[in-house]
Design a protein around this ligand. Sequence first.
Ligand code: FAD
Ligand code: SF4
Ligand code: SF4
Length: 496
Amino acid sequence: MHYKDPEELKAEAVKFFNNIKDKKNVLTPKERRDIPQMDMPAQDPILRGKNQNEVALGYTKEQAIVESSRCLQCKNAPCINGCPVGINIPGFLDAAAKGNFQESVDIIKESSLLPAICGRVCPQESQCMEFCTVGKLYKDPMKSVAIGRVERYVADLERDSNNIKTPQIKPATGKKIAIIGSGPAGLTVAADLRKDGHDVEIFEAFHKPGGVMIYGIPEFRLPKVIVEKEIESLKNMGVKFHMNFLVGRTRTVEKLLTKDGFDAVFIGSGAGLPKFMNIPGENLVGVFSANEYLTRSNLMKAYDKEHVDTPIYNSKKVAVLGGGNVAMDAARMALRLGAEEVNVIYRRTKNEMPARAEEIEHAEEEGIKFHFLTNPTKIIGDSDGKVSAIECLKYELGEPDDSGRRRPVEIKGSEFILEMDTVIPALGNGSNPLIKQTTQNLDTNKWGNITVDENKRTSIQGVYAGGDIVLGAATVILAMGEGRVAAKTITEDLSK
Ligand code: FAD
Ligand code: SF4
Ligand code: SF4
């Protein structure tokens, strides 16, 4: 559909690059905004549907320089307001445009711990890019400066050069902090607190650290080696990891504080509790929550059928229910696990889909089928208790609801049957109630999210929280931003 050959894209960039070089990097604002956005080279859609390798291949040096040169260096830099951690975007783009890539990544790292990750998975078009002047001039945020793509380029370059500096650690404070969960919130708190000179120990329920970045977001969008490198650098800083440690069962928050000698506890346990539709048939064999499906594929390596003992269901016809990023990940994973036909069933239209435009486009290119204005009413099983079909209803769009999106209204009598052997509800996640249930006086809201003040203090002294457990299912960069605030508060409180 939109797919372009990577070699053509590279050649196109070289023409603009040479032109910029001829002008010794001095371009008028008009010349800058007339440069078209550099497309991200990607694997061929047919080939990538059969492998787990990263879909986006990353910019070349020329593409990174040309894209950064599109930045108008706006004095008020509205893009920064769209970045949850306030990265100096014109600063890092200017350095990249001049080919000073190390300086560029150093500027990013003043505000962000995980640029190679955020450059890949940030929903940029609704964050920094939404505010970019270039996008405004084109009346399309998708044509803004591709900020994250340049961020990814400079971060990858630094990582591949094996030149990552271990941050300086302040003299030991003698304080010890427990961090529950090793997702982006927990890892960020750990890094910042360790830099402040505290002893930091992370307690993680799974056998591998990284949270959703490891068990949820698939390899083909975020190679695990990148997350592992970040974790390695935390270990080099002296952060201790305790794996297979379920706080609330292995130990309670209270015991960490009163018996194990921790001066503070940070809860970054995420939102890992899948939601279901509560329709008949959800307990049939062949129904997986998207969380389970992706965890078994990513963490348990179900895709590596020849080498691992943890395979997943052999699906032929798959229905994924939902229209968010998690639904796109589950659908594209099902394709890569060998399904012959993958269907996304969504109640509204493509315009209302919460998934990133790029992910929808990639899914379409790969041959995923979309059924809009459709919702399942029941899952039908065969005599062995296995999924054999789903019954769906047709919808039309009515008035906007509280979210501002037009409400889907069912068309009576429009039931129809789609044959399926696998159904994957991907309807979002809530917070796991375990820590709440095992921690007295820990306040939560009606959705079970921990309530905190603006500095991430919970209702219990010495206990802090951030990330999805506070925000509900959100984003990597927001979780990271929360972690930064929490770490600052913890250091301040401990020095009182
Ligand atoms: P998590 O990443 O969920 O980490 C929490 C960790 O705590 C987990 O490792 C969990 O095992 C551990 N834990 C939980 N309870 C306990 C306990 N009791 N004891 C010990 N450990 C515990 N965001 C984006 O920005 N871009 C994307 O493209 C994107 N895609 C996504 C795709 C999927 C499939 C999913 C599920 C989410 C996606 N998100 C995306 C959302 C993003 O990953 C989350 O917002 C982010 O990871 C939240 O970070 P966190 O640190 O709060 O929690
Ligand atoms: Fe944009 Fe995300 Fe990078 Fe911030 S971290 S500049 S929002 S891509
Ligand atoms: Fe550059 Fe866009 Fe930010 Fe302006 S708004 S400084 S053009 S990235």
